[in-house]
Ligand binder design. Structure first.
Ligand code: AMP
Length: 350
């Protein structure tokens, strides 16, 4: 298929790269007219296996997959470092090409292909006013309240306004049949579902499972900043949530019992670290551990088994105090603070 207005980054590339709205709209219209379906995976790049699992799911369910790679400035707060967000364009492209080769090799799988990357500039995404990260700044924004003010939103007040706004723009441009989000960012997936419902956006929101490192850490583009010491200590969050889940599974339904188990793990690891010298320890802070309703995200005193619940948490990993010579401290030498989030869904009983 030939599309106007796109670039191919390598002569043998199977994926068209679009940077502007009009050409990608034409591409999308042509697909519609030929009865093809579009699965859209929005990302900020620095692709890892979590993103890839969403692309695989999209390829199973659509003829054409579009991946967007765009680091959206409006979801970063004024004190959050937009510039330090990892950018790995060439590697991202290579990963997507490799996936296409895999999809093509298994002809019997009837899999779709990644046929386009949408990588717009900020001027394209925000065509009139320059984007702002100020809470009271001007601009055309989508706000989904009160969901966006809870949990992650309490610490990052402009985050979900930025996410909802950029997703609305991308959905308007691409009109995908299905959009793919990771459960890793559970609040984001709940907000996007609410937005699609409330704003009558004609797409199906699909949520794929969290992809983890073998030890249990949820994959994230920002994990490259952790290094070995903080990566190990960062397991505290998934461990705490798993412990809370097992308490729930053992029959406990009360907030006190379920979250008590999670905080017991977090406090034990904190105490352990505090006993270590600065050359060995990791300083971290639990921002929250929450037990919330899966639709409203209201905090629960007791889980109603017929509704289930979302167990989620966030931990701030502080910079290393004393990085050691030869130590793998991650990108930035251990100086970049890293916020880890994770969650487990307590499924409703059927
Ligand atoms: P990001 O590039 O971080 O904005 O993420 C793009 C999409 O990938 C979002 O829908 C995320 O929820 C999803 N995602 C990120 N990390 C993971 C993971 N470890 N497992 C599954 N999905 C993920």
């Amino acid at each position: 298929m030939g599309f106007a207005g796109y670039r191919q980054y390598a002569s043998q590339s199977t994926i068209a790269v679009f940077r502007d709205v009009a050409p990608v709209r034409k591409y999308r219209r042509d697909l519609l007219l030929s009865g093809r379906t579009v699965g859209f995976v929005p990302t900020m790049g620095a692709l890892h296996d979590g993103h890839i699992s969403l692309v695989r799911q999209a390829a199973r369910e659509n003829t054409d997959v579009v991946v967007s790679i765009y680091v959206n400035p409006t979801q970063f707060g004024v004190n959050e470092d937009l510039d330090s967000y990892p950018r790995t364009w060439n590697e991202d492209l290579q990963k997507l090409e490799t996936l296409n080769t895999e999809f093509g090799a298994n002809a019997a799988s009837n899999s779709g292909r990644i046929t386009a990357i949408f990588a717009p500039t900020t001027k394209v995404v925000y065509p009139t006013l320059p984007p702002t990260s100020e809470l009271n700044g001007d601009g055309s924004f989508v706000t989904i309240t009160p969901l966006a003010n809870k949990l992650e939103g309490a610490s990052r007040p402009v985050f979900f306004r930025g996410v909802a706004t950029v997703c609305t723009k991308l959905f308007n441009i691409l009109t995908p049949d299905r959009v793919y989000f990771g459960q890793k960012d559970v609040q984001q997936s709940i907000i996007i579902k609410r937005m699609v419902q409330d704003l009558h956006i004609d797409t199906d929101v699909r949520v794929g499972p969290t992809t983890r490192e073998p030890e249990g850490l949820a994959m994230s583009s920002r994990n490259v900043y952790l290094g070995t010491r903080r990566r190990k200590a960062g397991l505290v969050l998934s461990r705490a949530l798993r412990e809370a889940e097992s308490v729930y599974r053992s029959g406990e339904k009360s907030r006190m019992a379920i979250l008590g188990a999670a905080y017991a793990i977090a406090n034990a690891v904190l105490a352990e670290q505090e006993l270590l010298p600065a050359s060995k320890r990791v300083k971290f802070e639990v921002d929250y551990i929450s037990l919330a309703d899966p639709c409203s995200l209201d905090e629960l005193e007791c889980v109603d088994e017929s509704r289930g619940a979302v167990l989620s948490g966030a931990v701030k990993m502080h910079p290393l105090e004393e990085p050691q010579p030869g130590e793998d401290c991650g990108l930035g030498g251990g100086s970049v603070p890293v916020r880890l989030i994770d969650n487990i869904i307590l499924q409703p009983s059927s």
